[in-house]
Every structure is written in structure tokens, then in C-alpha cells.
Design a protein around this ligand. Structure first.
Ligand SMILES: *Cc1c(COP(=O)(O)O)cnc(C)c1O
Length: 518
């Protein structure tokens, strides 16, 4: 029995000579005692802190915290992990934003599940790199099983493949890279093939105006022009309108532009709405255009017991982005890109003599780097693996269904509240709304009142909510991903918002005063 309470005998600690100097910090067979003690102490700090967290955020301002971080002399180590943890309390843990708190309602950050944290602890210690088999062994096989499992949930056939990525942004970039290369390859087989450089300026991507900005970033990174991304308007339901998409496809054809991909969003970041996938897939099939479905947010529906049908049509996409760190309750980072036809992943393949020579492909050595735009790569898949092995997909789906149910109830609550205006009903778990001052001179202050309420709320730390713009006006947004957030929590935060916003309108408090008060 050790001092930190684990009934484990350090393996032949007596037989291993005590490491000294910097070597004592290396993770190896001789330092397992230190490893256990240090990690246990770290877990204990986090557990104590989390058990005592009574609000999602302390409300501290960057100007108050920055001097504490700056004052630390990185040339003078503390040597003792306990002392470093003490210091960390002051510069990080005390004032961190805690996503597990039921009144954290802002961005697409989920509370995480403990089996995934166990996976994280294992994967960072073993530190496999998933680029090649000879750096990962079983890690590669586990990642491949999870890709196959996810592809199965999407409804893909046996030819499907994919790879884990750092996030939805990277998955979308990767998808657009493949789509661009397919468009170029297709153009090059024609007898009158335009040179690649002639084609690039004519390539277009079509997404809805509610799509994610990483699509625009990806287009830029891929060398496409500033006009490359065409955004089609959504209807009042904030979903891509098939008629508008059809018009754009036709216009591009007429103007000799090449639509390399249509990006449909399954779970828009602001509105939690899902583009009409079957209709979009029909139009893409007719136009011979790649279809990418960005399901970074909506992927949780893949394991939903009640709402999987909302993703119907996703199986017709050429590529799909999923973010397990959004709706599978996984720690950052955990994301994947899936493709219906694994052969297209060759566009990211390069053979390096030192790493993954072509002969390895002939020998069927499973090197994931052949499919990835990263080289050294975390074994993020292990977190999802442990989650599925402990909780199963139904367990994850249950949690996600619960937050979607709660969002529906919260929408009814807001819709019935005369102080607020609420927009589009989400198919997932967002709520976009604004405080609407009573009719009269206060009405013009609606924008500022909502901005003020958000800042005042964050400064108080009582809750954290997000903001966005709809039709040029400032709105507030809840993103609900925590099953522990009750309707009472939501009602309470709504009252706090109404209080702050109402006071702003009554007092005409200038925004600058609020920032200073914070
Ligand atoms: C969050 C999000 C992304 C970006 O994912 P990251 O993991 O933050 O890089 C892309 N698309 C949608 C729809 C998202 O909600």
C-alpha cells in the first residue's frame, strides 16, 4: 500500500537504482513510483478544485490575470511538482472556465466522460504516434476499428475509410483538399484538359450562409481565390434551401465555373440546424459534384436512440466531418474525417524513405500517415475506444438525446417569455434569442443591452453564454451540451440576463463602464 492509497506495490522499486538530477523526471521503468505519485497528486488537485467549483468562471479579466503569468520566471524551476501545482492554482486552475458546470452555456464545449479521461491518461503516457505502424502497433488497429465503426454508423459501405484529426477545422480542410484534387484529376483526364493553374481560379465551393467559417479558411489555405466560397442563403429555418443551391449550381455551370464541392452542414454552429441532406445529395449527384457533410456538431445523432433519422442522407456524402469532442463527450482533441471511397485518401499520400516507403504499401503495412495531413499524431482514438468499451454507444447517445430534449423544453420556456425574442428552433441543442426591451424609446437599445448582459454575466461568473448576430442584430446564444443543466438552471440564467439587460436599458449604462466594473 502506497502513501497515496493505491493497493499497488511499486514494481521492484528497491532493485532499481534511484534516478537523480533531470533523469528522475524521465518516464521509464525506474521512475514509476514518481509517476504514480505525481499524477495522483495532479488528479487530486483537479478533483478538489472541480468539487469546489460553484460557478463556471471566476469572471477574472485578462488584465488582472496576465501579470501573474508574466511574473513567473521560467528560468527558475520549482523542482517540486507540488510547488508547480500550487503555482498553477493561481495562474490557471482558480480562474479556468469550467465546461462541466451546469451554467456554462456558451460554446460547443461538452462536459467530458471519465472513461475518456482514462484513455487520455494512458495515451499520453505511452505516447504512441499514429503516423506509422512501427510507432503505434495496436494503436493503429484501434483507430482503424473506430473509423470503420463510425463509417458504419454513417451508413457507408466497405470501401469507406478515414482518419482521426485534430478537429473539425482540420477535417474540413482535409475534405476540401480531397475534393480539390478530385476536381483537378477529373479535369485532367479530358482531351482538352485545362492546366491545373487555369482550373484553380475557376474552382468554387458552395456552402450555406450558416456554414462554419473553417470552410472559408480551408479554401484560402488551398490556394483558391477570395470568391471561391459561394454562400447560399438559408430560409427562416436556417437550413440551406435546395432551390437556392440548384440556382447556384446552374449559374456556375453557365459561367464555366467548377463546383469542386458542396458543403452541407449537419448541425450549424449557431442554430443547430441540419441542411436537407437528401435534397442536397440529389442536386450534387445530378451535377456530378462532391458532397461534403460537416457534421462536427451533429455527429452525436449517429448514436442517438431517437433522432438518428435527422442525419438521413449523410451516407450519400463523399466525405463527412465528425467532432467527437463536440457531441460525444470527449476531451479536446478528438475528430475524424470519413470518406465513402477510401481510395481518395491517396491525395494526401507521400512516401518518405525514412518513414513510409512505397514498398510498405505493397507489404500492406498499415501506415496511417498515408491518409493524414499530419505526421506525428496523437492516439486520440483511445479516448473514444475507452468510452465505447465502458459506456457503449447507447450511453453516449442517451446523454446527447437528453440535452436535445432539454433544449426543446428551454425553447418553449423562452418562446413563452415576453421579455425575449427567440429565433429558429434548433434540431440539436442551441438557443438563439435576445432580450427585447419593452416597446418605446428603449427598443433602440436592444443591441447594446444584449451585448451588455452577456459581458455583465461573464464578469459576475454566474453563467457563461455566447453571442452571435442574426440579420445584423446582436443575439445571445445558449449551447446546451451538459445533461446536468436543468430547466431551472436555464430559467435562472434567463432571469439574470433579463435583469442585466433591463438595468442597462433603464440606466443607459455605457458599455465602457461595464467593462471597467468587470
Ligand atoms: C466546431 C465546428 C467546426 C470546427 O471544429 P473544431 O473542432 O473547432 O476545429 C466546424 N464545423 C462546425 C459546424 C462546427 O460546429
Amino acid at each position: 500500500m502506497t502513501s497515496w492509497g493505491h493497493p499497488v506495490d511499486p514494481p521492484s522499486a528497491a532493485a532499481v537504482p534511484e534516478a537523480a538530477g533531470a533523469r528522475q523526471h524521465l518516464f521509464n521503468h525506474a521512475t514509476m513510483d514518481r509517476y504514480r505519485r505525481t499524477l495522483a497528486a495532479g488528479i487530486d488537485r483537479v478533483a478538489t478544485r472541480v468539487a469546489g467549483v460553484d460557478r463556471p468562471f471566476s469572471g477574472i479579466s485578462p488584465s488582472a490575470l496576465a501579470p501573474e503569468v508574466s511574473a513567473i520566471d521560467l528560468e527558475r524551476p520549482l523542482a517540486d511538482p507540488a510547488a508547480a501545482l500550487d503555482e498553477l492554482e493561481d495562474v490557471y486552475l482558480r480562474d479556468a472556465v469550467y465546461f462541466h458546470h451546469p451554467r456554462y452555456l456558451a460554446h460547443l464545449n461538452c462536459p467530458v466522460v471519465i472513461p475518456a479521461l482514462l484513455g487520455e491518461a494512458v495515451l499520453t503516457a505511452v505516447n504512441s504516434s499514429l503516423d506509422t505502424w512501427d510507432q503505434s502497433a495496436g494503436g493503429t488497429l484501434i483507430e482503424r476499428r473506430l473509423i470503420d465503426w463510425t463509417a458504419g454508423r454513417v451508413g457507408y459501405g466497405d470501401a469507406a475509410d478515414g482518419v482521426f484529426t485534430s478537429g473539425g477545422t482540420q477535417s474540413n480542410l482535409h475534405a476540401l483538399l480531397l475534393a480539390r484534387e478530385e476536381a483537378c484529376a477529373y479535369a485532367e483526364v479530358g482531351a482538352t484538359a485545362p492546366a491545373r493553374n487555369d482550373l484553380l481560379p475557376r474552382l468554387r465551393v458552395i456552402a450555406s450562409e450558416a456554414g462554419h467559417f473553417s470552410v472559408q479558411k480551408a479554401a484560402k489555405l488551398l490556394g483558391l481565390g477570395p470568391d471561391a466560397v459561394i454562400t447560399v442563403q438559408t430560409g427562416r429555418d436556417r437550413r440551406m434551401r435546395p432551390a437556392a443551391l440548384a440556382r447556384e449550381l446552374e449559374r456556375c455551370r453557365r459561367e464555366n465555373l467548377v463546383v469542386m464541392t458542396v458543403v452541407a452542414t449537419a448541425g450549424t454552429t449557431d442554430f443547430g440546424t441540419i441542411d436537407p441532406l437528401p435534397e442536397v445529395a440529389d442536386l450534387c449527384a445530378r451535377a456530378g459534384t462532391w458532397l461534403h457533410v460537416d457534421a462536427a456538431y451533429g455527429c452525436g445523432l449517429l448514436v442517438s436512440g431517437t433522432r438518428r433519422h435527422l442525419l438521413d442522407g449523410i451516407e450519400r456524402a463523399d466525405s463527412v466531418t465528425v467532432d467527437f469532442h463536440k457531441s460525444f463527450f470527449q476531451p479536446v482533441s478528438s475528430s475524424a474525417l470519413l470518406v465513402r471511397d477510401g481510395a481518395v485518401l491517396r491525395h494526401a499520400t507521400y512516401h518518405a524513405d525514412y518513414l513510409n516507403p512505397a514498398r510498405m504499401t505493397e507489404q500492406r503495412v498499415p501506415n496511417q500517415v498515408d491518409k493524414s495531413i499530419q505526421t506525428t499524431r496523437r492516439f486520440d482514438a483511445l479516448k473514444l475506444w475507452m468510452t465505447l468499451r465502458v459506456m457503449g454507444p447507447d450511453g453516449v447517445g442517451e446523454l446527447f438525446d437528453e440535452v436535445v430534449d432539454r433544449t426543446e423544453a428551454a425553447w418553449d420556456l423562452l418562446a413563452a417569455d415576453a421579455r425575449f425574442e427567440v429565433v429558429t428552433k434548433s434540431q440539436l441543442s442551441t438557443l438563439v434569442f435576445r432580450y427585447l426591451p419593452p416597446d418605446g424609446p428603449g427598443r433602440e437599445l436592444a443591441d447594446d443591452a444584449n451585448l451588455y448582459a452577456r459581458e455583465a454575466l461573464a464578469a459576475s461568473g454566474a453563467a457563461v453564454v455566447a453571442g452571435t448576430k442574426v440579420d445584423g442584430r446582436h443575439y445571445l446564444k445558449f449551447t446546451l451540451l451538459n445533461p446536468e443543466t436543468t430547466l431551472d438552471d436555464i430559467a435562472h440564467v434567463i432571469d439574470l440576463i433579463a435583469g442585466h439587460a433591463g438595468r442597462y436599458v433603464d440606466d443607459r449604462v455605457p458599455l465602457e463602464a461595464c467593462a471597467q466594473a468587470g
